[in-house]
Design a protein around this ligand. Structure first.
Ligand code: UD1
Length: 426
C-alpha cells in the first residue's frame, strides 16, 4: 500500500496535459460489445477503473489489449452475459454493460451494485427504462436478470432525474431496439455526447446529443469503429483548482474549455484570471482567494465531481461560502479530513458552510473516495508542512500519473510506502 506525501507551499507553473475522460472511456468500452469485430479506442487513460472494465468485458468474451493510450477490443464473439459480483463490487460503473448485452445477446445477468462512499446510488431509473423497452427484469440472489428474448421495442421514456448512467444504458439498449425510443429529461454531459458520437459512428441513429430530449431510431446491426475519447474535464478542473491554490500560471491542455463553463466562471469569481484556447485553459491567480457559493447540478450545472476540489479552494478563501450538494447525498466525507488540516467547515444536511481559514496545516489524512482524495492532495499543496494522504487506491481509480503530473508543475510531492507515512485505522 502506498500513500501520497505532499509538502505545501511550492508555487505551481507550466503545462499539464489531461487524458481522455474516465467517465466516457468506460462507457465506450461497454458500447464496443454491440459491434462484432475489433474496435479501437484512442486517448484512453491508464487508470485502475479501465483495467476493471477490461476484466468485465474480457469475462464476457471480448478480450481487451492495451497499446499505450489505445485499447483494442475484440468483440467478434461475446459468449457470456454475466458481470459477476466480485467485479461489480469493485467498480459500480460495470452495470453499464446491461444495455449493450441486451442489445447484443438479448440477455444480461449483472450483479446488483451495493452502496458506495458517496451515497446509496440506486439503479431504479436504469431498470424502469429498460422495462419500458420490453425487457423482463428480475432480481435474484443479488443479481439483476434481464431478458428480451424477442428483442426490445422502442418506447417513450421520461427520466425522473437526468441520470448519467441510466441515460447511457438506455441509449445503448434503445439503439438496438425495434422502432423509435425517445428519452426525455436525458443527461446532457459531454461524456454522453461522446457516447452518442461513438454509437452513431457504429451505425446507430441517434439525435439530440447534448439536449434533454434524445431520439433513437433502432438499427439491427453495428460495425466496429476507431474513436478518440473526449478530454477529461474533471481531471482538468482538478489541476485548475491546484493552480488557483498555488498561484500559477498553469496551462491545462487536452480539454475543451466549453465543457468547463461554470467551473471557469466560479474560479474567475474566486479571483482567478483565465484565458482559453481551443483545447486548453490557462489559469493564474490574480489576488486573494474570494469566497464563492456553488451548488452542484447535472450538466451544464456545477459538477458534483468538482465539489470536493472547489470546497478545498474555499477552505482558504478570505470569507465564508456555502457549498450545496444536490446530486449525491454523502459527498461531504472528505470535509472531516479537511477539518483535520485546519479547515473550518460546518455540514448541515446537503449544505456545507465553509469559513475560509488563513492557512491549512499539513496532517495525515485518509482518502474517502476518488474526488475527495484528489481534493485532499490539493489541500496538501496549499498547507503548511507535510500532508500524507492514505488509501490512495481511490485516487488511482481515476487519475493517471497524478503525482508525476503535479510534480511536473513544481509540487513537492511523492509516492511513499504507507509504513513510511502515519496511517490511521478507521
Ligand atoms: C456518473 C459518474 C460520476 C458522476 C455522476 C454525476 C461515471 C462512471 N460516473 O455516475 O462520476 O458523479 O455521473 O455526474 O460516469 N439515481 C437514482 N436512480 C438511478 C440512477 C441514479 O436515484 O437509477 C440517483 C443517484 O443515486 C444519484 C443521482 O441520481 O443521487 C445521479 O446519479 P447518476 O447521474 O446516475 O450518476 P452515475 O451515472 O452513477
Amino acid at each position: 500500500m502506498q500513500s501520497i506525501r505532499v509538502t505545501g507551499g511550492n508555487p505551481l507553473s507550466g503545462t499539464v496535459t489531461v487524458g481522455g475522460a474516465k467517465n466516457s472511456g468506460l462507457k465506450l468500452m461497454a458500447a464496443a460489445l454491440l459491434a462484432p469485430g475489433v474496435t479501437t479506442i484512442h486517448n484512453m487513460p491508464d487508470i485502475a477503473d479501465v483495467d476493471t472494465m477490461s476484466e468485465v468485458i474480457g469475462g464476457l468474451g471480448a478480450p481487451v489489449r492495451r497499446d499505450e493510450h489505445s485499447l483494442v477490443i475484440d468483440a467478434t464473439t461475446v459468449d457470456s452475459f454475466e458481470a459477476p459480483y466480485e467485479i461489480v463490487a469493485k467498480m459500480r460503473a460495470s452495470i453499464i454493460v446491461l444495455g449493450p448485452l441486451l442489445g447484443r445477446l438479448g440477455r444480461a445477468r449483472v450483479a446488483m451494485p451495493g452502496g458506495c462512499n458517496i451515497g446509496s446510488r440506486k439503479i431504479d431509473l436504469h431498470l424502469r427504462g429498460l422495462s419500458q423497452l420490453g425487457v423482463q427484469i428480475a432480481s435474484e440472489h443479488g443479481y439483476i436478470e434481464a431478458t428480451a428474448p424477442h428483442g426490445m421495442r422502442g418506447a417513450s421514456i421520461a427520466l425522473d432525474f437526468p441520470s448519467v448512467g441510466a441515460t447511457e444504458n438506455l441509449l445503448m439498449a434503445g439503439a438496438a431496439a425495434w422502432g423509435t425510443t425517445v428519452i426525455e429529461n436525458a443527461a446532457r454531459e459531454p461524456e454522453i455526447q461522446d457516447l452518442i458520437a461513438f454509437l452513431n459512428a457504429m451505425g446507430a441513429r441517434i439525435e439530440g446529443a447534448g439536449t434533454s430530449t434524445i431520439t433513437i431510431e433502432g438499427v439491427s446491426a453495428f460495425s466496429p469503429v476507431t474513436h478518440g475519447v473526449v478530454g477529461d474535464r474533471i481531471e482538468a478542473g482538478t489541476f485548475l483548482v491546484a493552480a488557483a491554490l498555488c498561484g500559477g500560471p498553469v496551462t491545462v491542455a487536452g480539454v475543451k474549455p466549453e465543457h468547463l463553463d461554470l467551473v471557469l466562471a466560479k474560479l474567475t469569481a474566486a479571483g482567478a484570471e483565465i484565458s482559453t484556447g481551443p483545447d486548453e485553459v490557462t489559469l493564474q491567480r490574480g489576488g486573494p482567494i474570494r469566497p464563492v457559493d456553488a451548488a452542484t447540478l447535472p450538466y451544464p450545472g456545477f459538477p458534483t465531481d468538482m465539489q470536493p476540489q472547489f470546497m478545498t479552494l474555499m477552505a482558504v478563501a478570505n470569507g465564508t461560502s456555502v457549498i450545496t450538494e444536490n446530486v449525491f447525498e454523502s459527498r461531504f466525507m472528505f470535509a472531516d479530513e479537511l477539518g483535520r488540516m485546519g479547515a473550518d467547515i460546518t455540514i448541515e444536511g446537503h449544505r456545507a458552510l465553509v469559513r475560509g481559514a488563513a492557512r491549512l496545516s499539513g496532517a495525515p489524512v485518509i482518502s474517502p473516495d476518488l474526488r475527495g482524495g484528489a481534493a485532499l492532495v490539493l489541500a496538501g499543496l496549499a498547507a503548511e508542512g507535510a500532508t500524507t494522504v492514505g488509501d490512495i487506491h481511490h485516487i488511482m481509480r481515476g487519475y493517471e500519473s497524478f503525482v508525476d503530473k503535479l510534480a511536473g508543475l513544481g509540487a513537492d510531492i511523492a509516492l511513499i510506502d504507507s509504513d513510511e507515512g502515519e496511517g490511521r485505522g478507521c
